[in-house]
Write a protein that binds this ligand. Structure first.
Ligand code: SAM
Length: 386
């Protein structure tokens, strides 16, 4: 099989997790960048990453690197690539562009110029032009410009990989599926001890945890990936990759995964989403305040994404975070608690000293994943402020 360089995108802070995942999937020569890991592999690996990576957002296959100083040079360089290798004139295309530190500041204009060069090449050669389809193109092209360095790639994922296909309903502030999986992987949960989210909202963290414990490939519910519309799509290979993943799935777990939320509607959404993800029977949902919830299992992991509050931190938010800390201290000896928040002022009100503070982003919001260890017995966690 032909050797390919693959550029795998992720969220800031999850690069190490992605690197480990890719190496486990068989990638060679993995190299980490910011929000990206580059690997060497082949078509099988590209299919596997799309199907099995929990934290990847896109898998790009680079086509060409070049230097570029202005729009005309960009147009000329794009036109030099033989696009008939990758799509037919009857196909459709879409171009995404990311531009950093360049004289060309408008990513939309850069994308348009790239599209024009491709369309013009087809028109010059065949007299016909392919159409643009921004939603479901036969070929999604990704252009990355950093200063004068440009790289054009084919996007093998299509829709971002965080869109697993199970989320029917969300509340106001859901976290995306790949980020939820990343938080769980950062928690180093062993996938065999109890898992609790006592502010579970629409259930994303719990569903990702259940899929992880059952070894369900995160992409197994998706209807389609970009590479399935490529000229070189290898249906037999794709079936093999899917069958391999399905064979590794488990059907039972022997520990509880529990979700609690105060809001009745959120519990309904969480159940619907869990059902769509085929993991409803592995998760127990309870509609109540976490203050009233009493854990009834051996210690495990608590992972929560509490409300961050608005621009101004209110007394209510501070009280909520204090209450979380009180519950940690009172009811969870031996557990490890992880709190994912953008509100560091409120985070301090938890009243426990975090043993780790991992910087991440939730969309554009800078966040931290705070780790708290609630010791059982003699080695007690003291009530210190952060
Ligand atoms: C930011 S949302 C969680 C979103 C969730 N991670 C998701 O992906 O949908 C915070 C949740 O905390 C819940 N909540 C707020 N106060 C609570 C309390 N005292 N007990 C339990 N849940 C509470 C809210 O109802 C809301 O669903």
């Amino acid at each position: 099989m032909e050797k390919l360089k693959l550029v795998v995108k992720t969220s800031f802070g999850l690069e190490d997790i992605l690197l480990r995942e890719l190496t486990d999937l068989g990638a060679q020569k993995a190299e980490k960048g910011i929000r990206v890991v580059t690997v060497e592999g082949d078509q099988r690996l590209m299919y596997k990453i799309n199907l099995c990576s929990r934290v990847a957002l896109r898998v790009l296959q680079p086509v060409k690197k070049f230097r570029v100083g202005n729009e005309q040079q960009l147009y000329d360089e794009i036109k030099k690539i033989d696009w008939s290798k990758y799509m037919s004139v009857d196909g459709t295309l879409a171009v995404d562009a990311v531009v950093n530190k360049s004289v060309m500041t408008h990513s939309l204009y850069v994308a348009l110029k790239t599209k024009d060069a491709i369309v013009d090449q087809f028109r010059d050669n065949t007299g016909k032009r392919p159409n643009v389809d921004l939603v479901r193109p036969s070929l999604r092209i990704h252009l990355h410009i950093n200063g004068e360095d440009a790289e054009v790639s084919l996007d093998s994922s299509g829709d971002s990989l965080h869109k697993r296909g199970y989320r029917m309903q969300t509340g106001d502030a859901p976290i995306n599926e790949a980020l939820a999986a990343g938080l769980i992987l950062l928690s180093e949960w062993d996938r065999k001890s109890p898992f609790l989210d006592f502010m579970c909202g629409s259930g994303t963290i719990l569903i990702e945890a259940a899929m992880m414990a059952l070894n369900i490939a995160p992409g197994s519910l998706r209807k389609e990936f970009g590479f399935q519309r490529w000229n070189d799509f290898n249906e037999k290979l794709w079936s093999e990759v899917k069958a391999e993943a399905a064979a590794a799935q488990k059907s039972e777990i022997d520990f509880p995964i529990t979700g609690v939320d105060l809001n009745t509607m959120m519990i309904t959404y969480a159940k619907e989403n869990a059902e769509a993800a085929k993991v409803l029977k592995y998760i127990t949902f309870k509609q109540m305040s976490f203050d009233d919830y009493v854990p009834d299992s051996a210690p495990g992991i608590i992972l929560i994404n509490p409300p961050y509050g608005g621009r101004i931190t209110t007394g209510d938010i501070l009280a909520l975070y204090k209450s979380m800390g009180d519950q940690f201290k009172k009811k969870y000896p031996g557990w490890k608690g992880f709190v994912f928040t953008a509100n560091m002022e409120a985070g301090k009100n938890i009243g426990l000293k975090p043993s780790r503070k991992i910087p991440l982003f939730n969309g554009k919001l800078e966040c931290r994943l705070l780790k708290f260890e609630m010791y059982a017995g003699t080695k007690r966690q003291s009530d210190v402020q952060v």
